[in-house]
Design a protein. Structure first.
Length: 137
């Protein structure tokens, strides 16, 4: 009894203390316009987390984000200057750029995309005929 309770407690502490591998969730926007070239992990923007807290216009009208993954030329210099993410992630409204891993948590090499996008699943794959190929001449 004591041993299993101790293992449970240690497991819970490990989850809270040890860094966890971050992954993009459905509809998160993976942004990798410049990250790979700069030796950073791609940024993962948790779209739904922001969407349940703010109306679309806050980011897409007021802050100028385009309705296309990778449509903006977001750089760290612009964010530090208070543009795009930096309008809120300035250390006053939300965490600031010193916490790199909070955003740059994507898997290196992942292209800019909406992760798990329904559109990605609905695009028809390249047509492949089921008939046997014609013999070579």
């Amino acid at each position: 009894m004591f041993k299993s309770a101790l293992i449970g407690l240690l497991s819970m502490l490990a989850v809270l203390v040890l860094p966890q591998a971050a992954q993009a969730e459905y509809a998160d926007v993976v942004i990798n316009n410049y990250a790979d070239a700069a030796g950073m992990r791609p940024a993962v923007f948790p779209h739904w987390y922001h969407r349940i807290r703010f109306r679309c216009k806050v980011c897409h009208a007021d802050l100028g984000f385009k309705f296309k993954a990778g449509g903006n030329k977001i750089t760290m210099a612009k964010i530090i200057d208070g543009k795009f993410c930096g309008a809120c992630h300035n250390g006053e409204i939300s965490w600031s750029v010193e916490n790199c891993g909070m955003c740059h948590s994507g898997i290196p090499g992942t292209p800019t995309q909406i992760h798990g996008s329904t559109v990605q699943r609905l695009v028809a794959p390249t047509y492949k005929s089921l008939a046997a190929p014609a013999p070579a001449k």
